[in-house]
Ligand binder design. Structure first.
Ligand SMILES: [Zn+2]
Length: 104
């Protein structure tokens, strides 16, 4: 049994969760054991992790799927809120804001 540690830092908050897993067992069956939690005043509603908690194959994958979805959503909201400004090959300045493209 070869244990490997992973430090997970979600892109949606400042938390850090360290977990240990057996690199010899397959991805579908391996168990991930939480070894360290640092929830820095978390404002995001991901599950509360507890040191010693075991995440079996499917609950581990559901957790990651859910976290990826949240990160994608956050990125989308940020992109919509922020106008993109760029120049084209003829050095004209364009602004893409809230789905609209206009020359500045
Ligand atoms: Zn968090």
């Amino acid at each position: 049994m070869q244990m490997k540690k992973t430090l997970w830092k979600p892109s949606t908050c400042q938390c850090e969760v360290e977990y240990e897993w057996d690199r010899d067992s397959s991805e579908a069956t391996r168990t991930h054991v939480i070894t360290r939690v640092n929830d820095k005043n978390c404002q995001v509603s991901h599950p509360k992790f507890i040191v010693g908690e075991k995440l079996e194959g499917s609950s581990y994958h559901n957790w990651h799927k859910e976290e990826n979805r949240k990160a994608e959503e956050k990125k989308k909201v940020e992109l919509q809120a922020k106008p993109i400004i760029f120049t084209d090959t003829e050095h004209r300045l364009w602004k893409f804001d809230n789905g609209k493209l206009e020359q500045v």
